[in-house]
Write a protein that binds this ligand. Structure first.
Ligand code: SAH
Ligand code: SF4
Ligand code: F3S
Length: 476
């Protein structure tokens, strides 16, 4: 929702907004304002961080552009979760460097998890970038930019135990004005043996509840209707005020956000199977605006593998949590993350994952084959011994099964009516709107006069495939 073609005037940091209060453009007192271009990879948390970075840069007189060619500063917010994610970033950095050769004044910065993992390597050995900034050091960006501009090495990858950027109002990038994400915590204290996140994001810390609430209230007042609370392990959210007489856990945070307005939909991700409590489930049940959808990554259906993964639950525990969800919230949809081909995984153990998927009846899953990450517990202790062809075959089986489960899941919705929040035009046609139901399913339906993004409608479902429900707006 920003535009590079708006004429500049001489006012510093005056913000031009559209009707919904969405930032269209930051003006600057420079004749030609400085522009930054940012690409983000990885999880929602990274996309959310890019909005914090955008806000910090706006204070420095930079405005965002969608076109790299117009930028004096090119940033890439990176992910290290799998090798492929890092390969993609390297390719992009090569492209950016080519551009820089022809445009010597341009600076290139790498942010996020890969910056944290590689530290000065990208700066010194590979000479791919001018600035390296880890996820907890974004406040330092103005100084780092200046140093890099003066030709000095510019790096800050210090991790913090306190930083939550609580006071920084994110500058919403690429927003549809209806859906937004709010970080409620940072870092992760779990040590899943396959995972690089604890190393790249540092210790877990929860953000001040009041800053979360005011961000949500502000979004609601600007027309946003669907917010997702973000954390690597939201169930371990905990915050207390300095006097220690107010203690907030995730269930009470959810409730407080839900109470802002019944027309504000509340979602959250990610829940950890070891930590999700009945108190959270009851809170979801009690508020119609808390969406009936839980992302509960299982990773594997086999208890031996779960132990090697250090997930600290077994398949029995996981099943008990799924049963509790369906018992307390019968219309809840559950989705999952699955890693296949983890160290020493046998065919039988792989089959247990397939069985778990059918048993849990996931509405959808994110599926990956194991990618060894340097420095993790698994890289140090176990051999990455499943050949790539086998990993790929198992992944194909998992993907195929999930497609069938999703299709059946969606076909069961044909004939039902759902409340849908309109998010915008459907991908395929501007004659159709798209939106999601409470269960996080994408619903597509023909537009009717008078309807616009941000409106709630009831949609009768008459058709479904594995990814989408199709229907018609119910008119009274
Ligand atoms: N905090 C979330 C997950 C964050 S990472 C949780 O605990 O569920 C997102 C997903 O990437 C993980 O759930 C896992 O399925 C996958 N993943 C993480 N490390 C991986 C690795 N080394 N190889 C393949 N997939 C991985
Ligand atoms: Fe990684 Fe596990 Fe933390 Fe999720 S809970 S971010 S998988 S260490
Ligand atoms: Fe990737 Fe970092 Fe997120 S490794 S998945 S961007 S926390």
């Amino acid at each position: 929702m920003y535009d590079d073609n708006i004429t500049l005037s001489g006012v510093k940091n005056e913000i031009l907004t559209d009707k919904q209060g969405e930032v269209l453009f930051y003006q600057s007192d420079l004749p030609q304002s400085k522009k930054f271009y940012i690409e983000s990879y990885g999880c929602q948390m990274n996309f959310s961080d890019s909005e914090i970075v955008a806000s910090i840069l706006a204070e420095e007189g930079y405005s965002p552009t969608r076109e790299m060619e117009l930028a004096q500063l090119i940033l890439v917010n990176t992910c290290s979760i799998r090798e492929k994610a890092e390969d993609t970033v390297r390719q992009r950095l090569t492209v950016f460097n080519k551009f820089k050769k022809d445009n010597p004044g341009v600076m290139i910065g790498v942010l996020g998890c890969m910056a944290e993992r590689m530290k000065s390597k990208l700066l010194e050995e590979e000479k791919l970038v001018d600035i390296v900034v880890g996820p907890d050091a974004y406040r330092d960006l103005p100084k780092l930019l200046q140093n890099a501009g003066d030709g000095q090495q510019s790096i800050n990858v210090l991790l913090s135990r306190e930083e939550t950027y609580a006071d920084i109002a994110p500058l919403r990038l690429e927003s549809n004005g209806v859906v937004a994400f709010i970080s409620i915590m940072r870092g992760c204290d779990n040590m899943c043996s396959f995972c690089v996140v604890p190393f790249t994001r540092g210790r877990e810390r929860s953000r001040d509840v009041y800053s979360i609430l005011s961000e949500a209230e502000d979004l609601f007042s600007r027309g946003y209707r669907d917010i997702t609370l973000l954390g690597q392990n939201v169930d371990s959210y905990k915050w207390e005020n300095p006097d220690g007489n107010e203690k907030i856990n995730f269930a009470s945070l959810l409730e407080k956000v839900a109470k802002i307005n019944p027309a504000l939909r509340v979602r959250f991700t990610t829940s950890h199977p070891k930590d999700i409590t009945d108190e959270v489930l009851l809170t979801i049940k009690n508020y119609s605006n808390i969406c009936k959808y839980i992302h509960l990554p299982v990773q594997s259906g086999n208890s031996r593998i779960l132990e090697l993964m250090n997930r600290t639950y077994d398949s029995h525990w996981y099943k008990e949590r799924v049963e509790a969800i369906y018992r307390i919230i019968p219309d809840c949809a559950i989705s999952s993350d699955i890693i296949t081909g983890f160290c020493s995984e046998t065919e039988d153990e792989h089959r247990e994952t397939l069985e778990m998927m059918s048993w849990a009846n996931y509405s959808m899953s994110y599926m990956f084959f194991y990618s060894e990450r340097p420095g993790t517990l698994a890289a140090r202790k176990f051999k990455d011994d499943i050949p790539e062809e086998i990993k790929k075959r198992r992944l194909n089986e998992i993907v195929e099964l999930q497609r069938n489960i999703s299709l059946k899941h969606n076909l069961k919705d044909v004939g039902k009516t759902f409340e849908v929040l309109i998010e915008g035009d459907s991908k395929k046609s501007d004659q159709y709107f798209k939106g999601r139901n409470s269960q996080n399913k994408m619903v597509v339906f023909p537009k009717l006069p008078g309807l616009k993004p941000g409106d709630y409608v009831y949609v009768d479902i008459h058709e479904a495939n594995a990814a989408t429900l199709k229907g018609k707006v119910l008119t009274k």
